[in-house]
Write a protein that binds this ligand. Structure first.
Ligand code: SF4
Ligand code: SF4
Length: 425
């Protein structure tokens, strides 16, 4: 028997972070009928990684990334494995709140909270390097904190604008320096052959994602947004080949659903485009609330899904230096994150997605404390309004406390979209 002073370690599956993940997975799986059979791979992966604490540790060098601007093809080419560290847990958000300013974004607080903890999920093992693209102010300042926690951090310098020639050259130089950094860590040289092989791996994954993305255009819907966000969140840490095969299987099932005239949501469910701060597991509360309230998320413009996987690399010359420059371009030019000075691309992209996916309305999530998303919502609302598309702006964080209030607002928004549609027809 333990003496009163002996601390008994809590079994992993009873820890707060595991229960938080389990609650979200239970909602995702049990609150909906007819989940695709191919989604079992992803449900099981998240249960093993997040609820049972199964180790995802792999052989070789592991490189943590804190944003989509870190070129993963270079990491793969040098024989290392990337893992995206952006975290969605309220438990880690609260740990981060102990040392971060009160008005910080939940994503940054949770990521730092996780990195400062011992019992980290998912269990990716010791990181040999964290590459931190210098994006928003909070991510920039997070760098010194990560170093203070004992991590080796490389700041990948990103320009604040992306249109100018200076910005392009500045970024290409940053990416080339990143190659040198990777060489020091891995002891390997970047060659045309290993870079081509790495690009083939990510292209196959992206092609699978694009097929999935295109299935979401269908009306009635073949798949719900809560499942698509789970699929893209798995890309953060899963083995890339296994992930790609699982998405290809899901696509095959959706093709069959299409032939059978299957409908994953109610026929008249308002079609929603999701934009803003990224839904990151287990914080999928907003997409889930939309679909539990009778809407269906058919498209997104976020860096945990579409923005992370959609844009392909266009290579002019298959010589290693040109390939690195082409990769650099892919990670800068098409990115629609509001950290850049000019928001024209993001506005254009949103209108284009709204039209091509025949959406009825847009839901814009901004994490409290994220100034760039908060500031840009006004111009996004105006642009969408001019295009005749309604938008609901929601400022929230990882806390479950606002669920009741959010449900009321989402239900009212979906009702207004239905009325609008009825009046039009
Ligand atoms: S919101 Fe922008 S800066 Fe933050 S992780 Fe996503 S792409 Fe990177
Ligand atoms: S949501 Fe905003 S504050 Fe948070 S990481 Fe993204 S850009 Fe930075």
């Amino acid at each position: 028997m333990n003496s009163p002073n002996t601390k008994t370690a809590i079994p992993y599956n009873r820890s707060r972070q595991a229960r938080e993940a389990e609650t979200m997975l239970d909602h995702i799986t049990d609150d909906f009928d007819d989940n695709p059979a191919a989604m079992d791979y992803f449900y099981d992966l998240f249960r093993r990684a997040y609820c049972q604490g199964e180790s995802l540790e792999r052989e070789g060098v592991r490189v943590g990334t804190t944003c989509i601007h870190a070129p993963e093809e270079l990491i793969y080419a040098m024989g290392a494995t990337p893992v995206r560290l952006c975290n969605g847990s309220y438990h880690y958000d609260q740990i981060g709140a102990d040392f971060m300013p009160a008005k910080s974004c939940s994503l940054v607080k949770a990521t730092l909270g996780m990195l400062s903890s011992e019992n980290v999920i998912p269990k990716v093992g010791k990181l040999d390097l964290i590459v931190n693209p210098t994006t928003c102010d909070q991510k920039k300042k997070a760098s010194a904190m990560m170093v203070g926690m004992g991590h080796k951090v490389y700041n990948l310098e990103l320009p604040p604008a992306k249109e100018s020639e200076q910005a392009r050259l500045y970024w290409q130089r940053s990416v080339r320096e990143f190659v040198q950094q990777l060489r020091q860590i891995t002891g390997k040289k970047l060659t045309r052959k290993n870079l081509m092989a790495a690009m083939a791996r990510t292209s196959r994954a992206q092609a699978a994602f694009r097929t999935l993305h295109n299935f979401r255009r269908k009306a009635p819907s073949l798949v719900l947004g809560k499942d698509v966000f789970l699929v893209t969140n798995a890309y953060f840490f899963d083995d890339i080949e296994r992930w790609t095969e699982a998405v290809e299987k899901l696509n095959a099932e959706l093709a069959q659903r299409d032939q059978d005239g299957f409908c994953a949501a109610q026929k008249k469910a308002p079609r929603i485009l999701f934009t803003g701060s990224p839904p990151i597991f287990p914080n999928l509360k907003l997409p889930l609330l939309i679909e539990e309230s009778g809407g269906v998320v058919v498209a997104d413009e976020t860096c945990s899904a579409n923005r992370m996987l959609y844009d392909m690399t266009a290579v002019d010359e298959w010589l290693v230096n040109d390939m690195v420059d082409s990769l650099a371009n892919k990670y800068l030019k098409p990115c629609t994150c509001p950290i850049f000075t000019n928001s024209d691309d993001r506005l254009r992209r949103l209108v284009e997605l709204a039209k091509s996916f025949a959406v009825d309305g847009v839901v814009y999530q901004a994490f409290s404390g994220c100034q760039v998303y908060e500031m840009e919502q006004k111009s996004v609302a105006e642009t969408l309004n001019k295009a005749g598309i309604a938008m609901l702006y929601i400022e929230t964080d990882y806390s479950p406390d606002d669920m009741g209030q959010l449900t009321t607002r989402i239900e009212a928004f979906l009702e207004s979209l239905k009325t609008r549609k009825r009046n039009r027809t």
